[in-house]
Design a protein around this ligand. Structure first.
Ligand SMILES: *Cc1c(COP(=O)(O)O)cnc(C)c1O
Length: 457
């Protein structure tokens, strides 16, 4: 057994029967005392990053003590088991009905939705409904259904690439550029044809945090329909923005107020303020979700519709979402998101004022913003070097290149979440200034091989 394959055991457990090495990749023959096993796992994850200093992820890393208590009481609940947990099932329905209302569904009584394990599953369901409706409409008029396509920005989250790959749909990416930083309807007519199942509009582009102008996209699709007769629906990927816009930009029309928006997804575990493992998708009305995608499971002697990709999955997160809805209400959500926005805009302003940087956006959509190096500032260091320096202080601030057609542009991004307060923000700014000062003064060649940070979705 090479040293690499052995997990060291904490010497405090050097009691008889416990001081032994355990293999990393093979299950040991004998059992271990629970407190020893606990300590081994506990000690290993000590080396994981500090979630509060992780400014790369969108996913919730803090809930209050009451939520933690509720979580512990609900570890065992299986969301699919609607017969055994009818109250959890009822609460799930209440949650997506509340979301339908929050997203201005014309008649929340006539909507349909579900919880999922995250936005990825929710996006897949939204996309499947678009595909199935398009197929049905084509079959009804005797036209072929073998070449569906989906239109979206080149800056979509990776789930949409997966969706197209897994379900045999041609992705049509509209490239972003300096003039068109998001999918904004520009040139859309040249992408749409009779095989287009829909357009994805992103409320809160993962790369930068910017909103795509859903109303402008819908208006262009209206014109296309007038000119060609093609009626192309929109799915809004509101993974983060659908839990920000209703509170911070209530007048922005991006949701079911636009008749062309068929469905919306969000991540309960992003700005829904719940721990990882929760997404939502809602359709504007039941007729936008084809019946044949719905399966019936037994529920209190009746039938309960389900249309998730997963069968068993945790129910606890759904209860946590309901807790947050009750606990915060609209005003509480507004206050929490407003605080994050305040910190994001403060950080963006301060970073934009530094000579080394120019902002890509200012954090006023979702509390996320990105910046790049000022042209001509330096060719001695890059944002990847800055990311490395900040990592030494524990901060995770990823640098990455933008998608097509801006693949030559490197940006760095900060996601402000509940829990990044002004004190931490000021400490971060000090560390950024120190790191820039250090990199500016550095003499001699920098290491040729640059660390390429992963892109954090
Ligand atoms: C995070 C994100 C997703 C994927 O959501 P998960 O909840 O992580 O599965 C999809 N789209 C966008 C725009 C996102 O930001």
């Amino acid at each position: 057994m090479s040293a690499d394959h052995v997990v060291g055991v904490n010497p405090m457990f050097a009691r008889p029967g416990e001081a032994r090495a355990v293999e990393r990749f093979r299950m040991a023959l004998e059992s271990m005392l629970p407190e020893t096993a606990y300590q081994v796992v506990h000690d290993e994850v000590m080396l994981d990053g500090n979630a509060r200093l992780n400014l790369a992820t969108f996913v919730g890393t803090w809930m209050d003590d009451h939520a933690t208590r509720l979580y512990a009481e609900a570890f065992d609940k299986n969301m699919i088991d609607k017969d055994e947990y009818p109250q959890t099932a009822a609460i799930e329905t209440r949650c997506w009905r509340m979301l339908a209302d929050l997203w201005n569904a014309p008649d929340p009584e006539q909507t349909i939705g579900t919880s999922t394990v995250g936005s990825s599953e929710a996006c897949m369901l939204g996309g499947l409904a678009l595909k199935r409706r398009w197929q049905q409409a084509r079959r009804a008029v005797g036209k072929p259904t073998d070449r569906p396509n989906l239109i979206m920005s080149s800056a979509v989250q990776v789930v949409w690439e997966k969706f197209c790959n897994y379900w045999d749909i041609e992705p049509r990416y509209v490239p972003i550029s300096d003039e068109h930083q998001t999918l904004d309807g520009h040139d859309l007519a040249s992408y749409v044809d009779e095989n287009t199942i829909g357009v994805v509009a992103i409320l809160g582009v993962t790369y930068t945090g910017m909103y795509e102008p859903v109303a402008a996209i819908a208006a262009v699709l209206d014109t296309i329909q007038r000119d060609t007769g093609l009626d192309v629906p929109i799915h809004v990927d509101g993974a983060s923005g659908a839990m920000i816009a209703p509170f911070l930009q209530p007048d922005l029309e991006w949701d079911f107020r636009l008749p062309r928006v068929h469905s919306i997804n969000t991540s309960g575990h992003k700005y829904g303020l719940v721990y990882p493992g929760l997404g939502w998708v809602v359709w504007r009305s039941t007729d936008r979700l084809p019946e044949d995608l719905i399966f019936k499971v037994g529920y209190l002697g009746g039938d309960m519709p389900t249309f998730a990709l997963n069968f068993s999955r945790p129910g606890a997160q759904v209860l946590l979402q309901y807790y947050q809805f009750l606990r915060l209400g609209r005003s509480g959500f507004h206050d929490v998101q407003k605080a994050s926005q305040g910190v994001a805009m403060y950080l963006a302003r301060a970073i934009g004022e530094m000579d080394a940087f120019e902002l890509w956006n200012d954090g006023s959509d979702i509390p996320v913003f990105a910046w790049r190096l000022t042209g001509g500032y330096t060719d001695r260091w890059t944002l990847y070097d800055l990311s490395d320096r900040l990592r030494m202080k524990g901060w995770q601030v990823p640098a990455y290149s933008l998608p097509d057609n801006l693949a030559d542009t490197t940006v760095q991004r900060i996601v402000v979440r509940n829990g990044l307060g002004m004190d931490l923000a000021r400490a971060l700014l000090d560390d950024i200034r120190d790191a820039v000062g250090y990199l500016d003064l550095l003499e001699g060649p920098l290491p040729a091989e640059r660390h390429v940070a992963g892109f954090h979705h």
